[in-house]
Design a protein around this ligand. Structure first.
Ligand code: NAD
Ligand code: USQ
Length: 394
């Protein structure tokens, strides 16, 4: 199967590209490398250094004997994307290529606009390029569990059966996203569903939870294949951040009370979920949604898990509660469904103490690269009035 992986230089995209290549898929990575530019612009760097795209691909070819092609292309450039799709004649496109940080999208108007333009234009372009140049190809698009927010009912997989005034229909599940970034994903989902209805595009929207870990079987084959390990307050996701903080003796930064609950999965399951979606494609005209996560945790519960493992390794580990920089419910019902990927054969990797210990050890080995100034949250959803001061530490 010929697959274009848009965003294949990123955290999920790189691990998925080499996993798919290892499993015999014919992979072409399409990436503008803009994420590396955003890192430079904001003074950020992956804790584990990542090789250049050229080096990554050469090393992959050396260790696996397999070839991955690379097109340095910004998919907001429609003509360039069309060339790639025409020339590549893919059976499927996996679309990871977006600005994916909620805090980045909330920095200011300019970052919200950049996120909106990058993500929305890219998604529209991908849909049109498929329609015009590869109408039978299967789109596998990365959405997010955060599209749903935290409603006071169970979260179904994309659709809700609604009974209203004696009539019943299956309708898109209501969306209550929590950042301008998450809002772009909601808009993408609407556009994809429309393209499926209108042009008979086959598409799978993978509503993924928060990913943790860095290593997969393939990234472990060589240091030049290493994946990103983001710990900063903009791109670092919560569990990876907590593990780096524990390694450095920095108190774990729980936002607010820590009872806010999210969906999570190990990056080893991310790559497997994408593979399963590709192996079992949507039908022509079908828009389907898979909730891509394996477990749910309250943020405070995760902090306690990490602190327990860190203390077991002889590290002094404290948990601190910061005034929540985000606007999000902290006490809420949360029960999302995730049966579709399980039905296709996903065997969940549960969060283990060994995984946490591995992440802590990896951070300890790279401790000299950590910039402690990048840990405290600095982006606030509702910036304080000048006389309100900085977030309080409880
Ligand atoms: P990432 O920032 O590590 O990677 C994104 C990649 O896309 C980068 O390499 C970037 O250069 C590329 N890109 C961005 N805009 C592009 C454009 N216009 N043209 C070409 N390339 C472009 O992000 P990630 O963590 O790998 O996330 C990948 C996808 O998965 C995103 O869509 C994100 O919303 C989704 N997702 C991520 C997580 C998570 O926890 N990391 C969870 C749920 C969903
Ligand atoms: N949080 C803390 N302390 C921290 C960092 C985060 O308590 O130091 C809390 C946040 O307040 C939030 C939760 O942890 O309640 C998750 O935050 P996060 O930064 O790990 O994840 P989020 O902003 O939701 O975004 C990440 C990815 C995004 C993806 C999303 C999946 O960056 O691309 O879409 O996870 S989901 O959360 O399911 O929408």
């Amino acid at each position: 199967m010929k697959v274009l992986v848009i965003g294949g230089d990123g955290y999920c995209g790189w691990a998925t590209s080499i996993h798919l290549s290892n499993r015999g898929f014919d992979v072409t990575i399409v990436d503008s490398l803009v994420r590396r530019e955003w890192d430079r612009e904001h003074g950020l760097a992956s804790l584990v250094p990542i090789a250049s795209m050229r080096r990554r691909i050469d090393e992959w070819s050396r260790v696996s004997g397999r070839t991955i092609r690379f097109c340095e292309t910004d998919v907001t450039d429609y003509a360039a994307l069309c060339r790639v799709v025409r020339d590549g004649a893919p059976d499927a496109i996996v679309h990871f290529g977006q600005q994916r940080s909620a805090p980045f999208s909330m920095i200011d108007h300019e970052h919200a606009l950049r996120t909106h333009l990058n993500n929305t234009v890219a998604n529209l372009n991908v849909l049109w390029a498929l329609h015009e140049h590869a109408p039978d190809a299967h789109l596998v698009k990365l959405g997010t569990m955060g599209e749903y927010g935290t409603p006071n009912i169970d979260i179904e997989e994309g659709f809700l059966t609604v009974e209203h005034k004696g009539r019943t229909d299956s309708l898109p599940f209501p969306k209550q996203p929590g950042s301008f970034y998450h809002l772009t994903k909601v808009s993408d989902s609407d556009q994809i569903a429309f393209a499926c209805r209108t042009w008979s595009l086959p598409a799978t929207d993978l509503n993924q939870g928060v990913v943790y870990g860095t290593a997969t079987n393939e990234t472990e084959l060589s240091p030049a294949l290493a994946n990103r390990y983001d710990y900063d307050h903009i791109f670092g996701t919560v569990l990876n951040r907590f593990c780096v903080q524990a390694a450095l003796g920095h108190p774990l930064t729980v936002y607010g009370g820590g009872t806010q609950t999210r969906s999570f999965l190990d990056i080893r399951d991310t790559v497997r979920c994408v593979e399963l979606a590709l192996e079992h494609p949507a039908r022509s005209g079908e828009y389907r949604v898979f909730n891509q996560f394996t477990e749910t945790f309250a943020v405070g519960e995760l902090a306690a898990r990490v602190a327990g493992v860190a203390r077991g390794r002889g590290l002094a580990c404290e948990i601190m509660h910061l005034a929540n920089p985000r606007t999000e419910r902290e006490s809420h019902y949360y029960n999302p469904v995730n049966t579709n990927l399980r039905a296709l054969g996903l065997e969940p990797t549960r969060l283990s103490d060994a995984t946490i210990a591995g992440l802590i050890a990896l951070a300890q080995a790279r401790a000299t690269r950590v910039d402690l100034r990048l840990i405290p949250p600095r982006v606030e959803w509702r910036p304080a009035e000048p006389n309100e001061g900085a977030p309080a530490v409880a």
